[in-house]
Design a protein around this ligand. Structure first.
Ligand SMILES: Nc1ncnc2c1ncn2[C@@H]1O[C@H](COP(=O)(O)OP(=O)(O)OP(=O)(O)O)[C@@H](O)[C@H]1O
Ligand SMILES: [Mg+2]
Length: 409
């Protein structure tokens, strides 16, 4: 029986869905967390063989925890976790303890945006021009070459945090000077629609794909606080809009997994974000070697009549995957409101939204009065819809976004 170590930073709802999936696999399961074991939901405790609490999720404490679990439970076959920030520390633990799976060098291809783009370019995968600027001079030189606007973002960013569109010299001057110790990733600004491609690979070979579209782009959502954000997973799995991108997806994954592709490292669910320009050309933006966020896991579950959390757990723990066909369309709408204020003062239009979304509505987490304002593009609440057709989902998303209004105080 395989010994799987799952890193669950804290036992929050989303993490518990993943944890539950691992508890049902019939493996020897150990859990590492920052939370004490008392925080593990009672019903999930019995199948857990061992638990180790860490003071932080840095590499060193994780090595110590994993080593202790190996000593008490047995050789660790897989070390798994779904958070973006965990991918490099987990890879360093695998390297240190000789555990099969994604190694630190390969993890860098996914976590370091400069290394990622360089790897993609070397493999002739289309991607935006970019540079890692370590001084103001380098930043300016890049802008001279590609022209405004440019995108400036952290080298190992997530959640579109500290990501800016820079449109002129004075905005550029306002950015703190990069240094060798604190470089910034600078990229040509791509005007395009944003899509995702979720791919299951077994030893580096794609065996299943799904894809979504973002309405509008995460950057536009953050630049425009009153815009509500939606993600659409269409009914059609043979729409050329998505399938034409698949060769780039294959090439990108082959390049990023590199020599590790044909090992346990290449058995993964990846989340690729890509741009589709008006002229029909596409560019890879970035790839996470982890399950997607923004409710895409539930959306993939609904549209493929499966439990993707369980399917992912089985994939990364046991290297097993049963491809499921797509049976309907689904979408998620995220509720957010205009700028100003720190807490939700009122939420209106919910009844109308529910009525108009009708039988398409699967679930809704309504923002609550008094709730603190959320920072990111996911807002204070969300709803998930499904329909037999893509247009049915679009109508339902529109009903939600046009009716639900949040005000802050
Ligand atoms: N070169 C670019 N041209 C245009 N827009 C871009 C570019 N790079 C990033 N963006 C915008 O900024 C968003 C965040 O950038 P990116 O996906 O690279 O970073 P991230 O913080 O890791 O993302 P996430 O929000 O997916 O965690 C993108 O979804 C897109 O809207
Ligand atoms: Mg991104």
């Amino acid at each position: 029986m395989r010994h799987i170590v799952f890193i669950a930073p804290r036992f929050l709802d989303n993490t518990n869905r993943y944890l539950e999936a691992f508890t049902k696999l019939g493996v020897k399961l150990s859990v590492i967390s920052a939370d004490p074991s008392a925080a593990i939901p009672a019903e999930l405790r019995p199948p857990i063989e061992a638990h180790y609490q860490v003071a932080s999720l840095d590499t060193e404490p994780l090595i110590e925890a994993t080593r202790k679990l190996a000593a008490s439970v047995g050789k660790v076959d897989r070390l798994v976790g779904f958070l973006e920030q965990l991918q490099t520390p987990m890879a360093e633990v695998r390297d240190a303890l000789g555990i099969e799976g994604l190694d630190a060098r390969t993890a860098g291809n996914f976590r370091d945006k400069d290394q990622m783009k360089a790897t993609l370019r070397a493999a002739q995968v289309p991607t935006a021009r970019s540079a890692l600027a370590t001084s103001r001079k380098e930043l300016e030189r890049f802008v001279d070459e590609v022209g405004f606007p440019v995108i400036v973002k952290p080298r190992a960013g997530l959640g579109t945090r500290a990501t800016y569109r820079v449109t002129n010299a004075s905005e550029l001057a306002a950015i703190g000077a990069p240094s060798a110790g604190a470089p910034v990733q600078v990229e040509e600004f791509v005007r395009a629609r944003e899509h995702t491609c979720e791919t299951v690979t077994i030893k580096g070979k794609p065996v299943w794909r799904s894809g979504t579209r973002y309405f509008p782009s995460p950057l536009e959502v953050l630049e425009t606080p009153w815009i509500q954000y939606a993600v659409l997973l269409p009914r059609e799995d043979n729409d050329p809009t998505w399938t034409a991108f698949h060769p780039h997806n294959t090439n990108a994954l082959t390049a990023l997994f590199g020599p590790a592709a044909n090992t346990a490292a290449g058995t993964a669910l990846t989340h690729m974000e890509w741009f589709l320009r008006e002229d029909g050309t596409s560019l890879v933006n970035e790839v996470g070697v982890r399950p997607p966020g923004v409710q895409i896991m539930p959306l993939m579950s609904i549209t493929h009549a499966t439990d993707l959390f369980a399917d992912w757990a089985r994939l990364v723990a046991l290297d097993e995957w049963t491809p499921k066909p797509r049976v309907c369309a689904a979408g998620a709408a995220f509720f957010r409101g205009p700028p100003g204020g720190t807490r939700v003062a009122s939420v209106t239009g919910v009844e109308r939204a529910v009525e108009q979304a009708g039988s398409s509505l699967v679930m809704m987490r309504t923002p609550k009065v008094g709730q603190p304002r959320a920072e990111g593009y996911e807002g204070e609440g969300y709803a998930i819809v499904k329909h037999a057709t893509t247009d049915g989902v679009k109508d339902a998303l529109k009903a939600l976004i046009e009716n639900v209004q949040i005000r802050y105080r």
